[in-house]
Design a protein around this ligand. Sequence first.
Ligand SMILES: Nc1nc2c(ncn2[C@@H]2O[C@H](COP(=O)(O)OP(=O)(O)O)[C@@H](O)[C@H]2O)c(=O)[nH]1
Ligand SMILES: [Mg+2]
Length: 217
Amino acid sequence: MHIIDVNSQILQENTRLAEENKKLFNKYGLHVTNFMSAPGAGKTTLLEETIKKISGNYKISVIEGDLQTSIDSDRIKALNIPSYQITTGTVCHLDARMVHNALHNFHLEGNDLLFIENVGNLVCPADFELGENLKVMVFSVVEGAEKPKKYPVMFHKVDVVILNKIDLIPYSGVSLEELINNVREVNPEAKIFPVSCKTGEGIDDWISWFSQNIKGK
Ligand SMILES: Nc1nc2c(ncn2[C@@H]2O[C@H](COP(=O)(O)OP(=O)(O)O)[C@@H](O)[C@H]2O)c(=O)[nH]1
Ligand SMILES: [Mg+2]
């Protein structure tokens, strides 16, 4: 009997398409960042705060991923940034083909940065390469200090972990130190930025690191 591993075939095909995306991004000199998190951790808010700080220096486009609605792409458009909404219906992640198809909605020439906000999900998006240069995870500290141990996949794969909503630490009783230690255990290499998108604390450190790590820009 021949057993076909459908999952690994899907992932292989996705990785092939992600390589195609990467070639396209390189052709246009576009630096691409994939933002991932559970729903509500603060991806769109972080994008808004980041865009407000750097849009004077870079030409930015945004791809938004959600199951339904254009709420997030409307938030980005309100900042005068071109934004395209992918609605996935029931699919819990963006894949390389969805991103490729979305690119037809942008004039890529002259763009510096593409931000992709993935579908809110703490697990699935980490498995799907999009051809991006940088993987950023946003984690809301109130989700609990033990989560990196219980859901290690995304923490393990990313270059940067933004620990958002530190303004809520006094109300939640979460230990930031314990959380950072748990992230470190799963991913010793990741850059970690404790921030509050609400008060602005820590945002400048993230922006400064990001600006210095935009390859070729
Ligand atoms: N207290 C607090 N709330 C935040 C912070 N960042 C985002 N939020 C709120 O968290 C909710 C979800 O944020 P959103 O950016 O839509 O999350 P997303 O689903 O990951 O895109 C919104 O009500 C935001 O105003 C923060 O740093 N502190
Ligand atoms: Mg969002």
